[in-house]
Design a protein around this ligand. Structure first.
Ligand code: AMP
Length: 456
């Protein structure tokens, strides 16, 4: 969840940040913000809403300076306060600072309680405020050293972009859980963004990923300075490839679309079905369904039409609204489906709501048999590293067997990708964060600890 961007050394920095945030709108739709630095002060605009609603020419003009950082915030059930928008700005001993954060700190309550004990006050429940406080409280003389000091006190998943009036600092946690890449701008300057799809829109050239454990310092007139703060232990998040990232983005050298095709092909090997047709759940299941159809040697059809004017189903707080929204969003092409045995492929199954509704919809459209295929393993554990997957008691696969879930959603068969199959699809050149599937909380936290949406 969430997107971050940082632009440094560009005349129209805030405009470029705006374009980058627009390209990464899928990572968060609740609120958006940009802060810019003109050498003397930091300007900030952040509001609830989509990037194109919040920013227009007039507002961008106010965001002067050659450095701009920005953030899109993911919607979490029931929490929609504008106070939770980022970047977080503060004045402190060394001047002004602005912070954008993607990820989730697993020790946020320990750190917060300690800070409160010492008299700190908080405006929001966001872990990002911890970061600002830790920097402000550090006794180091330079901001860079204060940031390093702060980094020794936080744990979990983070991609951080920190702006002062003259500099920009970028840090990625040592596990590299959330993606973060560095690009070079055409007319000079650099851009750092959660996803490479942002570079394509602003015409930036991809340079490399920010390394796990790395800190980059951007200073006027100089090339970015790289320092390894922590020893890297890469565990890129498998869920970025499964669902979250845009298919045209490249994460750790791998194009997301290709990974989804591989997962679909692997799914065909592991759970074939006697079918006439493969349909995707649009848009999330499209690439995996294509892979499944290719693997099965069966035609692929866009047999379910999506209404693009409805938001994501997952973000709606009550079950009743969620149920209705699937129908508002998706509708089958009856001619294509009636009398056929179909496989319907989605990228993941969380509560089972989408699958249940779609199976029912396809049966009502006259399908002879409906075989549900999920191009991810069963989600049994809540992620604590920045993907907002419900709490454990809402995860249907945490409590039900595959057969019980099949019965619940009313499909003729149900197949998940195995954890080994997922690893094989992604390639065995690195370890992945598979915490939702295997419950190995390698970066701190556990199934019962508060997740991203559990803000105070
Ligand atoms: P559910 O209906 O609860 O089983 O959720 C599964 C659907 O939600 C699938 O269509 C996924 O594409 C989508 N999904 C999975 N994870 C997330 C997430 N973290 N945020 C939003 N949507 C998600």
């Amino acid at each position: 969840m969430c997107a971050v961007v940082g632009v440094f050394g560009a005349e129209d920095a805030s405009k470029l940040a705006y374009y980058a945030l627009f390209a990464m709108q899928h990572r968060g739709q609740e609120s958006t913000g940009i802060s810019s630095a003109d050498g003397e002060r930091i300007h900030l605009i952040k509001k609830r809403g989509l990037v194109t609603d919040v920013f227009h020419q007039g507002r961008l003009k106010l965001l002067e300076g050659s450095c701009a950082i920005g953030h899109n915030r993911y919607s979490t059930a029931g929490k929609d306060s504008v106070l939770d928008a980022q970047p977080v700005f503060a004045k402190y001993k060394l001047g002004e600072i602005s912070v954008a954060h993607n990820g989730n700190l697993t020790n946020k309550y320990e750190v917060r309680d300690e800070l409160i004990e010492k008299g700190a006050i908080f405006q929001t429940g966001m872990d990002t405020e911890n970061i600002v406080h830790l920097i402000a409280k550090s006794s180091e003389d330079k901001l860079k050293d204060r940031i390093k000091d702060m980094l020794t006190k936080i744990e979990g998943a983070y991609c951080l972009i920190i702006q002062s009036r003259t500099k920009m600092f970028v840090v990625r946690d040592r596990f590299g859980i959330r993606p973060l890449s560095l690009g070079k701008l055409k007319n000079g300057g650099y851009i750092v963004a959660s996803e490479t799809c942002a570079f394509d829109l602003v015409g930036a050239e991809f340079v490399r990923d920010v390394e796990p454990g790395e800190m980059l310092t951007f200073t006027k007139g100089k090339e970015p300075k790289s320092e390894m703060i922590f020893e890297a232990d890469p565990h890129p998040c498998a869920f970025e490839y499964i669902y979250f990232a845009r298919p045209d983005s490249i994460i750790a050298g791998k194009t997301v679309y290709n990974m989804r095709l591989e997962m679909g092909k692997q799914l065909a090997k592991e759970t074939p079905a006697k079918i006439d047709l493969v349909l995707p759940v649009p848009d999330s299941g499209v690439a995996a369904a294509k892979g499944y159809a290719d693997g099965m040697g069966v035609p692929f059809e866009m047999g379910i039409v999506r209404n693009h004017y409805v938001g994501r189903t997952f973000i709606e707080p009550t079950q009743e609204i969620r149920d209705l929204k699937v129908k508002l969003k998706l509708s089958p092409i009856k001619d294509m489906i009636a009398g056929k045995s179909v496989a319907i492929v989605d990228d993941s199954l969380v509560r089972g709501t989408t699958s249940l509704q779609i199976v029912r919809m396809l049966k009502e459209a006259g399908a002879k048999e409906v075989h549900m295929r999920i191009a991810a393993p069963e989600i049994k554990f809540p992620c604590r590293y920045g993907i907002d997957t419900a709490s454990k008691n809402e995860l249907i696969s945490a409590y039900k067997t595959v057969e019980e879930v099949r019965a619940y959603i009313g499909a003729d068969s149900l197949g998940f990708l195995s954890v080994d199959g997922l690893k094989e699809s992604l390639g065995d050149d690195t370890k992945y964060s598979l915490v939702s599937f295997d419950g190995e909380y390698f970066a701190g936290g556990n199934a019962d600890s508060p997740g991203c949406s559990a803000y105070a």
